[in-house]
Write a protein that binds this ligand. Structure first.
Ligand code: PLP
Length: 453
C-alpha cells in the first residue's frame, strides 16, 4: 500500500506543471510521459482501460497530447483523424479557434462564479438556448455532464406533474448515474445496481402504441406517470432512427395523459443530425429537453435542460434550490464556450454542414456495401450521426482496429457491439474525408480476407 507522501506529491505536481507549460518537450521527456502514463493508468486509474484500448490499438502506446480541427495528435506528432468525435463532442472541431478565443477572453476576466451575485453569462446562454429551441421552451438549468442533466429532467418531471413513474425505451442510453441508468435500456449496465429507481417501465423504441399502453395501464391501476423519456434517435443503441411520426405520436400521448415528454438531445442536438435539434424534423416541442456534448463547443463541459413554462411550477420558483444546486453548473467559462458555440454554429450553418457531410458518408457507405456485402450488413444515419452494422461484434472490432492502424479513430456504440459509429467533426477537411474513405475501403478488404467472408 502506498503511504501518504506530500513531498512526493508536490514534486510530481511540479514536474507535470512543467510539462504542461512547456512549448516543446525533449525526447527524454516524451519517453518519460509515455512510460509514466501507462504506469499511472495501471496503478491509479484502472488497468482495465489499457487492456480495453489494446483491443483497438494493439499496444495502447499512443498517448494523446494535442488536437486541432479534425484530429488528435500523440506525443510524437502522429495524427489520428477523429471519426469518433468524443462520442459527439466535437461537432465544431477540436479547439475551434473562434470558440477558444472567447473562452480565453473570459478566462482572463473570471473563470468561476461567486455563487451569490448575478452571473450574466448564465442568463445570456439561457436566453440564446431558448431562442434556438422550438416552441415555448424557455427555462434552462445548467449542469456539468449528460447524466446529471438527465437527473434534473427526471426530477423536474416529478416536481411538475406530481407523478412518480417513468416510461423509457429498450436500448436507451441516458448516462450512468443512478437515475439515468435506471432509464437505460441495456441489462449489463443496470444489473449490478438494482434496486434503482423502481418506478420505470421500458417499452420498445419506435413503437408509440407500446408507449401508450404502458402509460394507460399504469394510470388504470392508480399509478401516476411523471414522464416518458426518449432519445430523438437512439445513439448508443446503434443509431436507431424511429419511424417517421414517432415523436409526434409520443407528443400526442403525453398531451392526452398529461405526462411530461422528455426528449434527450444530448447526442442528437447541436447540429449533429443535420438540424440544430433533431425534434425539428417533426416540429415537436418536448416539455423538457436535455442537451450536452457538443453544447460546450468541444472546449468546455456543459450540459443542461430546457423546459416549457408549464413545467416551471410555483414550487420551483418559490424555492430555486429544490431541483439542484451544482457548484460548477453553468459556470462563466462553460457558458462563454456555449455562447461562442451558438455563434459559430449559426454563423457557419454547422447543422447544414453535418447534413452535407453526412450525405457524402452515406453515399460512400452505399458504394462500399455493394462491394463488400458480406462485411457491411447495414448502415444508417442522420447528418453526422452514422453507424455501420456488421454481421457480428468481432467483425466490427476488426474494422475498428484496421481503421485505427490507418490512423482513423472510430468506436463501437455502447449498447450494440455489432455497430460502429462514424461521428466526426462537421469541419472535417476534404482531404481527411478522402483519407477516411480510403481507410474504410482498405479495412473492409482486409477484414473480408481475415474472416473469410
Ligand atoms: C443520449 C445520451 N444521453 C445521455 C448521455 C450521458 O452523457 P454523459 O456521458 O455526459 O453523462 C449520453 C452519452 O453518451 C447520451 O448519448
Amino acid at each position: 500500500m502506498m503511504m501518504s507522501d506530500k513531498k512526493a506529491a508536490l514534486k510530481e505536481a511540479q514536474k507535470v506543471v512543467g510539462f504542461i507549460e512547456k512549448d516543446a518537450l525533449s525526447a527524454d521527456e516524451k519517453k518519460l510521459i509515455h512510460d509514466e502514463s501507462i504506469d499511472n493508468f495501471n496503478n491509479h486509474v484502472n488497468p482495465g482501460w489499457l487492456e480495453y484500448r489494446k483491443s483497438v490499438s494493439t499496444d495502447a502506446a499512443f498517448i494523446e497530447w494535442t488536437d486541432s480541427v479534425d484530429h488528435f495528435e500523440d506525443l510524437d506528432g502522429v495524427q489520428f483523424i477523429d471519426c469518433l468525435g468524443g462520442f459527439g463532442i466535437y461537432t465544431c472541431g477540436h479547439r475551434n479557434p473562434a470558440i477558444l478565443k472567447t473562452v480565453q477572453a473570459q478566462l482572463s476576466r473570471y473563470a468561476l462564479h461567486s455563487q451569490e451575485l448575478v452571473d450574466p453569462l448564465r442568463g445570456y446562454l439561457a436566453k440564446i438556448t431558448a431562442l434556438s429551441t422550438p416552441g415555448d421552451l424557455q427555462y434552462c438549468f445548467f449542469t456539468n455532464g449528460g447524466a446529471e442533466a438527465i437527473e434534473m429532467a427526471l426530477k423536474l418531471a416529478r416536481l411538475a406533474t406530481g407523478g412518480s413513474w417513468y416510461i423509457s425505451t429498450v436500448g436507451a442510453f441516458h448516462g450512468k448515474s443512478m437515475g439515468a441508468i435506471s432509464m437505460g435500456g441495456k441489462g449489463s449496465y443496470r444489473q449490478d445496481y438494482v434496486p434503482m429507481i423502481q418506478q420505470v417501465q421500458h417499452v420498445e423504441y419506435g413503437n408509440a402504441q407500446a408507449m401508450e399502453t404502458a402509460v394507460k395501464n399504469l394510470l388504470t391501476v392508480g399509478e401516476k406517470v411523471a414522464g416518458v423519456i426518449i432519445e430523438a434517435i437512439q445513439g448508443e443503441a446503434g443509431v436507431i432512427i424511429p419511424p417517421p411520426g414517432y415523436l409526434t405520436e409520443v407528443r400526442a400521448i403525453c398531451d392526452k395523459y398529461e405526462v411530461a415528454m422528455i426528449v434527450d438531445e444530448i447526442q442528437t442536438g447541436m447540429g449533429r443530425c443535420g438540424t440544430l435539434w433533431r425534434v425539428e424534423s417533426e416540429d415537436v416541442v418536448p416539455d423538457i429537453m436535455t442537451f450536452g456534448k457538443a453544447y460546450g463547443g468541444g472546449i468546455m463541459p456543459i450540459t443542461g435542460i430546457i423546459a416549457r413554462p408549464k413545467m416551471w411550477v410555483d414550487k420551483l420558483i418559490e424555492n430555486p434550490w429544490i431541483l439542484g444546486s451544482p457548484t460548477f453548473g453553468g459556470n462563466p467559462l462553460a457558458c462563454a464556450a456555449a455562447i461562442a458555440t451558438f455563434k459559430y454554429m449559426l454563423e457557419n450553418d454547422i447543422p447544414g454542414l453535418c447534413k452535407k457531410r453526412g450525405d457524402q458518408f452515406l453515399e460512400k457507405l452505399g458504394e462500399l456495401q455493394k462491394k463488400y456485402p458480406t462485411v457491411l450488413s447495414a448502415y444508417r444515419g442522420a447528418g453526422l450521426l452514422i453507424c455501420m452494422e456488421f454481421p457480428k461484434a468481432e467483425i466490427g472490432y476488426a474494422v475498428t482496429k484496421a481503421m485505427f492502424a490507418r490512423h482513423v479513430m472510430t468506436a463501437g456504440t455502447l449498447v450494440n457491439a455489432k455497430t460502429v459509429r462514424i461521428e466526426p467533426p462537421a469541419v472535417l477537411s476534404d482531404e481527411s474525408v478522402e483519407r477516411v474513405f480510403t481507410a474504410l475501403e482498405e479495412s473492409f478488404a482486409e477484414v473480408k480476407i481475415e474472416f473469410g467472408l
